[in-house]
Design a protein around this ligand. Sequence first.
Ligand code: SF4
Ligand code: SF4
Length: 430
Amino acid sequence: MALSRLKELEAEMQKCFRCSLCKMVPLPTVLNPKYSDGCPSSRQFHFHGYSGSGKNIMALSLVNGRIKVDQTLADITFACTACGLCDVSCKFIMEAERHSVNMALREHIVDEGFAPPAHQSMIKNLEEYGHPEGKIENPASSWAKDLGLKILPDESAPVLLFTGCLQCSDPGAADVARKFARLLKHAGVDFGIMRDETSCGLPAYWTGHRDTFTKTANRLVNLLDDMKIQTVVTVSGSCLGALRSKYPEYARAPKARVLHATELLAQLIKDRRLRLPKPVKRKVTYHDPCYLGRQSEAPLTWKGEYKVTHGCMTYTDPPKEINRGVNGVYDAPRQILRAIKGLDFIEMYRIREYSYCCGGGGGVPLAYPDLARSAALDRLGEAIDVGAECLVTACHHCRANLSKPQQSLEKPLLPVIDIIDLVFEAADID
Ligand code: SF4
Ligand code: SF4
């Protein structure tokens, strides 16, 4: 089944001419050669197979029957954070769908029975409970306790605050969700939380479990549609990428408008419904999460033909419109940071669609923790080298993965916080 999906992408695979530019951010955007790597996997393993192009070549060899799936191929494929940098870097010079090939390759490997064992219990939990950690406590009795929030569907509200998986296992994520809820209340937003919130399912997408992802997505979309929600606002950047970009492709889009917390907060600040009176005197930098940024674009549909010219050059007729990552959520977080008095906001070298992955995606922290750690340390080094005292992000997975390697150090390198923490501090509503 997944092999036929890979076969459909054969013409995309044929477009690779092995230039290796998918291993780095596009050369005209390099501001510091120390931070020109784009692919955490290539950086760690120094072997072409680990790059976007390498996976593309392996996929082509599978489709053409030259190789078969084995454990080595599975390990090389899954030691990748599914960050999609290779996709947008390749599109700087070549119009090819690298990320689609990467994900279809994962699905085929899973179909062939070579899924990394470290992902198994997470997938079982998602299938059984709709949540990667297993059965979760009702949010109204855990992180939202004492906040007096509306609980849907027992009550109704036009806006749903969607907290995401990590709020039940990660106290930091629960704290961020709690602060966001308090900010929304303070701004007078009519919102609620779900009594039985499930995961957005992105971990299943990341790990090539297509059916589990589609099932989880459809279950959540049905719930949202039944509750007649007008706007879903996600706390985590990963959930935003799932709902806005992957649901329309793998399941269906909810009827509700999907926003990330930063988009809603930026609007509330602009409309003066949320004021930020307290100065926050800190030098910060911002990490663009992959699934809030380049991986959050809605899929584009195209009907046409692949044609070949000059014996081997593939092109599309009519020309295919492609996502280049430029329409991700990049401005809202920056507008918020610039609205906070006293804050000294400085950019890193790799930003927006060419942001460097934190190492927390693709199921990598579970199956290849050394890769997750090395990507996080590289990103933390970049934040330190631009002079930041604090690294701000907008995704539970990024915050958790950038914090984790520091826990084993005698002296932590840099505090990592969510942008909601900063807004909460500046709003001074305690
Ligand atoms: S995937 Fe794209 S950027 Fe990478 S080697 Fe192939 S053509 Fe070059
Ligand atoms: S998705 Fe990210 S980690 Fe994986 S090959 Fe592409 S750039 Fe490298």
